[in-house]
Design a protein around this ligand. Structure first.
Ligand code: FAD
Length: 443
């Protein structure tokens, strides 16, 4: 059997920094944050701004979760995708949600600029692309509908795509000029450094084994306990394990891969891709393709694993079946450069809610346990805005945008119903996409 080149976290985090200390004694703080990914660290930074003392407890290291493993798209999408948003909600609600997603992108861009974060951010926009004429119709509709949503999407026909140098298999698209692509490894490292400098006490290799439902709240770890007025659960996909907000988040495993760097000749064979836009396809389960600062291509999506139960299996994500599938679909989309090698594969857990939107709130007998979870593949921009909402909530303030995410977030059904239902839905999406891809091969 083929041995895949594999990174246990992701190539974004090749060189890991020295870990922060492990908690080895009992301490107190105003707020204890569980999870040192984007959500946890941004929230900690916001709380420090307000002068509160904050401890962040991270079971591995900052970036070990989705924050250090993702594809690096910073986009204004909320929910499954724009076509679904338009189907599911009235125009006013869809507009409110899109505005929220847009604010999130703008906020992240301002954050990166204000703090001069070098995370290879390229504000080049993103393209939802068609690979078959039948998807073009869908994109035309989306492009029309976005006007009512106050969005500035541009429909790109075949000619416009070629002018931009987009690889030929992507035959049309809708271009969203807002957002772009970045290096999430550099971003999470920068936020981690900033948090430490601002006085956040970050403990790594420190797993919270139990969070009490009490006032004050206590986070028990092997080496000690943190006692605090409030807690923030920022564990995303791992919330089920902690025993809080059970079944709110469905874990889904997605695989990624990165090619070797493309030479200028290879880029030119593809058309140039000089706009360097992030591309994702109009499939039911999207494929994504983006260039990095080193002109490698990172791709993933489409095929996912949905485990039985809500606990994230505690094992290395070496997944030959998924790796084979993502490489083969990459080869189909990039026939012009058959010689390019894939240099690394990796995978990560995405935390999904049933409506694909983040869940935020306060819970527990004393309403002192706050949470922000389930970014459903759009956490890069949305975690920063959600962190502001959580920090305000902790301080008893009302953020003007808090009401946008206020809704009854329905928990997934218990097993085996969740497993059967979600795998059945994924199978339906896969079947629809398989038909499309077969039709593409017959063109
Ligand atoms: C393959 C992949 C591709 C993606 N692509 C994109 C993309 O292109 N654009 C986009 O916007 N989003 C994308 N995402 C989603 C994005 O990465 C997430 O939404 C975001 O990182 C969520 O951040 P977080 O801090 O909430 O969670 P995480 O980064 O997962 O952080 C949670 C942290 O909590 C820690 N933890 C868990 N349990 C405990 C415990 N008991 N005690 C202490 N610590 C604990 C974990 O170790 C982890 O570090 C992708 C995700 C994946 C996996």
């Amino acid at each position: 059997m083929r041995k895949f080149p594999f990174h246990p976290v992701s190539p974004w985090l090749h060189e890991l920094e020295t870990a922060q200390p492990t908690l080895a004694h009992n301490i107190t703080a105003d707020v204890v944050v569980i999870g040192g990914g984007f959500t946890g660290l941004y929230t900690a930074l916001e709380l420090r701004k307000a002068g509160l003392s904050v401890v962040v407890l991270e079971k591995d290291f900052s970036g070990a979760g989705g924050s250090g493993r993702n594809s690096g798209y910073c986009d204004g999408i909320i929910g499954k995708d724009l076509p679904s948003l338009l189907k599911l909600y009235k125009i006013e609600r869809a507009r409110e949600l899109c505005d929220f997603a847009m604010v999130a992108v703008r906020k992240l861009e301002a954050f990166i600029a204000d703090h001069q974060i070098e995370c290879e951010y390229e504000a080049k926009g993103n393209i939802m692309a068609a690979v078959h004429p039948k998807q073009v119709k869908k994109l035309e509709k989306v492009s029309q509908a976005t006007k009512a949503l106050g969005l500035e999407y541009t429909f790109l026909d075949r000619e416009a795509m070629r002018e931009r140098g987009i690889p030929a298999p992507f035959i049309a698209g809708v271009f969203d000029a807002v957002g772009g692509i970045l290096n999430p490894g550099l971003l999470i490292r920068a936020i981690r450094k900033m948090a430490i400098e601002k006085g956040v006490q970050l403990f790594e290799n420190t797993k919270v084994l139990e969070l009490t439902d009490s006032a004050p709240v206590q986070a028990h770890c092997e080496g000690g306990t943190v006692t605090a007025q409030s807690a923030v659960i920022a564990t995303n996909v791992y919330a089920n394990e902690l025993g809080w907000k059970k079944r709110l988040i469905t874990p889904i495993c997605a695989a990624m891969c990165e090619t070797e760097p493309l030479t200028p000749e290879q880029l030119s064979v593809l058309g140039g891709w000089h706009g360097r836009e992030g591309i994702y396809t109009a499939h039911e389960q999207l494929e994504n393709y983006r260039l990095t600062a080193r002109n490698t291509i990172i791709t993933g999506g489409k095929h996912v694993n949905i485990p039985y139960g809500f606990k994230v299996p505690d094992k290395e994500l070496y997944l030959p079946q998924l790796f084979t599938k993502i490489e083969s679909i990459f080869r189909e989309r990039f026939p012009a450069i058959p010689e390019i090698k894939v240099q690394t594969f990796w995978a990560g857990w995405i935390g999904m809610t049933l409506d694909f939107m983040p869940a935020i709130g306060a819970t527990g007998k004393h309403r002192n346990v706050h949470y922000g979870l389930g970014f459903s593949g759009h956490g890069i921009p949305q975690t920063l805005l959600v962190a502001e909402l959580i920090a305000d909530q902790v301080q008893g303030k009302k953020h003007p945008l808090a009401k946008v995410l206020q809704r009854k977030v329905i928990a997934a059904p218990p097993e085996p119903i969740k497993w059967i239902g979600s795998n059945a839905l994924s199978a339906v999406f896969s079947a629809i996409d398989a038909v499309t891809d077969r039709q593409v091969r017959q063109l």
